[in-house]
Design a protein around this ligand. Structure first.
Ligand code: NAP
Length: 242
């Protein structure tokens, strides 16, 4: 059975990715941190596409929990090969550096960057053994350009971009590709309190993107058709370049 694991699949961009990969026929594993009701809604949307899946609760930034929940699942579900891993879970805790405290720095870096490492470690070995895999990392325009008020978030996302490029070269011979997608402003809970009208005016397309517009590109990187693309970072930002 071909499976896709999406971290932070309960809401926003992650949910749209789960639904899109369900459409492509994947059994979808929907990771979430705390919002079980939202994760179950995503599972219902996956089933509405005629596919199936399961919800899986763990905090990507907690190594012991990732090992206990995801590691055990991998051990006990040998027939369910995770072919596609989408590292999507992420948070923001914005502040200017002058006011940023250690917790704000650590929380954001730990969830995005350490979480990327903890989750990918659990999945990569089987991909290498099967000589096939697709790892897709959701980063951000902030990780390319840097955003004032987001030193923590920009550093975490830039870190994942570096890891994407390094790992891509390590595993290319084994049929595993590693790519990143860098969204600009996308309408989700994460951007709900931003002034959309004001910020959209900076975007050449004059609007925020939709989670489904990110999911389309994830589906391409997840597909067999993307087989000669690795170590890339694709921007999805309505033309909002640096
Ligand atoms: P969102 O609506 O806030 O959803 C966040 C998702 O991540 C939720 O499913 C949440 O689970 C999960 N999550 C958060 N911390 C987690 C943890 N420690 N362990 C496991 N799951 C965790 O965010 P979004 O806008 O869809 O963002 C998704 C990704 O895209 C993030 O990496 C974000 O940085 C990136 N991104 C977003 C934008 C944007 O404009 N929205 C732009 C660029 C990049 P619960 O439901 O359980 O809380």
């Amino acid at each position: 059975m071909k499976c896709a694991l999406i971290t932070g699949g309960s809401r926003g961009i992650g949910r749209a990715i789960c639904v899109k990969l369900a459409e492509q026929g994947y059994y979808v594993i929907i990771n979430y941190k705390g919002n079980e009701a939202a994760a179950i809604e995503t599972l219902e949307a996956v089933r509405a596409k005629g596919s199936d899946g399961e919800v899986m609760k763990f905090d990507v930034g907690n190594e012991a929990e990732v090992q206990a929940v995801l590691g055990t699942w991998v051990e006990q579900n040998k027939e369910k090969q995770v072919e596609v891993l989408v590292n999507n879970a992420g948070i923001r805790e914005d502040n200017l550096m002058f006011w940023m405290n250690t917790a704000q720095w650590t929380n954001v870096v730990n969830t995005s960057l350490n979480g990327w490492f903890y989750v990918t470690k659990q999945i990569l070995n089987n991909m290498l053994m099967k000589r096939y895999g697709r790892i897709i990392n959701i980063v951000s325009l902030s990780g390319i350009k840097g955003m004032p008020g987001q030193t923590n978030y920009s550093a975490a996302k830039a870190g994942i971009i570096g890891a994407t490029k390094a790992l891509a070269q390590e595993v290319a011979k084994r049929g595993v590709t590693v790519n990143a997608i860098a969204p600009g402003f996308i309408s989700t809970d994460m951007t709900a309190e931003l002034n959309e009208k004001e910020l959209a005016a900076m975007v050449p397309m004059n609007r925020f993107g939709k989670p489904e517009e990110v999911a389309e590109a994830v589906a391409f990187f997840a597909s067999k058709g993307s087989s000669y693309i690795t170590g890339e970072v694709l921007s999805i930002n309505g033309g909002l370049y640096t």
